[in-house]
Structure formats: structure tokens, C-alpha cells
Design a protein. Structure first.
Length: 213
């Protein structure tokens, strides 16, 4: 058994091997993750991300992102300051939130690697189609905890893993840069470990709030 790379306190057991890739499942938080020895290298990741079409002016892409933007905006006070964490080369969600009256900073290890953005704190942080790429999820969530102000919101969009039988052919698994997969239970466990509030307002959308005290 291996220590879970998401919650760190659970034991992970072999889950499935598919197309030469070995996946583990945490008994505690129900996360599924790729064996660390098989993680993609940075060059391959960046090349793959450049193939994504994330045009901020694309109405279809904006509609997709609105699934997170709308419930998050309902919970934000006017004029707040946020961070689009893992924004990619086309930070469409950041544009949408700026249009709604908020200030948004960008961070992405490949396309916006400004370490100064990780030295301040924010009223909200968004991670859209990002957390499934985390090579060390536990460390990333600790970073997000540090960056959030008390009372701040963390908004996540990722496809929830539900049906084990369909996992081998699941399109989300077949994307080569997707290396960790979450169930609803996983996010509730992460929130519980940090003492955060966790809401799932719709499928594949998670909103977590850091307590004020």
C-alpha cells in the first residue's frame, strides 16, 4: 500500500492497469491517481496544453466556464481580488470575472509563471480543469489553503469520477495530462481535513470556503 497523494493520511491500493498505466485508489478519500513513476514530463505537458482551444472570446467556451462562474459570483462581494490558478494560455474565466467587476491575477507554471502571485492572499481562487493535472495534489491544496484569505472561496471545475467499470475508456482518463481523478467524496474529505465548507452546486463543480476564524 502507498500513502494517498491527495489526502496523505489514507492508504492507496492498486486499482487498475490500463494501456501500460497503473492507477491507485485511496481507501479513505476515494481519489484515483496515476502511479508517480508514470507522470508526464513538463515538456510533454506544455506541448499538449498548447493544443487546447481556450479562446476567451469563444461563446461556447464561456458558456462552459459559466457553470463555475455563475455560482461563484453569487457568493462574492463586489470588487474582490482573486487568482486564476492554472489559467493556461487563454485565461477566459479571468476575463469573465473581471467583466463582473473583480480583479483577477494569473498563475500558471507554464504560461504565467510569476512567483510573485503566490506571495499574496486572495478573496477567491479558481481552478478550472486544473486539479486533475496536479502531480502532487496534497501539496497543491496546501498552497491553495495558504493563498486564500479567511472567508475566501475556492472554485473548482473537474469531471467527477463515478463509474469504475467505464474508467478504462473514460475520455477524461485518456487525456495524457490527467493524472488524478476525484469523486464528490474526495472533495468533502479534502474540505473536512482543512476545516473548509464544501458545496457542490452542480455536477463537476465544487465551491469550498475557508472559515473566517
Amino acid at each position: 500500500m502507498n500513502r494517498c497523494r491527495v489526502c496523505t493520511t489514507g492508504n492507496a491500493v492498486p486499482f487498475i492497469s490500463v494501456e501500460g498505466k497503473d492507477y491507485w485508489r485511496c481507501r479513505r478519500c476515494q481519489a484515483t491517481f496515476l502511479d508517480p513513476s508514470q507522470l508526464p514530463d513538463g515538456t510533454s505537458e506544455r506541448e499538449r496544453y498548447l493544443l487546447h482551444e481556450n479562446n476567451p472570446d469563444d461563446p461556447g467556451y464561456r458558456s462552459f466556464l459559466s457553470r463555475l462562474a455563475e455560482p461563484l459570483l453569487e457568493r462574492l462581494d463586489p470588487g474582490q481580488e482573486g487568482l486564476d490558478y492554472g489559467c493556461g494560455p487563454g485565461p477566459a474565466l479571468a476575463c469573465m470575472l473581471v467583466e463582473a467587476g473583480h480583479r483577477v491575477h494569473l498563475y500558471d507554471p507554464f504560461f504565467h509563471p510569476d512567483g510573485c502571485t503566490l506571495e499574496r492572499s486572495y478573496d477567491f481562487i479558481t481552478c478550472t480543469e486544473v486539479v486533475e493535472h496536479f502531480h502532487n495534489p496534497a501539496r497543491e491544496f496546501i498552497t491553495l489553503q495558504r493563498l486564500l484569505k479567511p472567508g475566501g472561496w475556492l472554485g473548482i471545475m473537474t469531471c467527477f469520477q463515478t463509474d469504475d467499470a467505464s474508467f478504462p475508456n473514460w475520455h477524461y482518463r485518456r487525456e495524457p495530462t490527467h493524472v488524478v481523478f476525484y469523486r464528490e467524496e474526495t472533495f468533502y474529505r479534502i474540505a473536512s481535513d482543512f476545516g473548509w465548507l464544501c458545496e457542490i452546486p452542480k455536477k463537476d463543480i465544487v465551491l469550498m470556503r475557508k472559515p473566517l476564524g
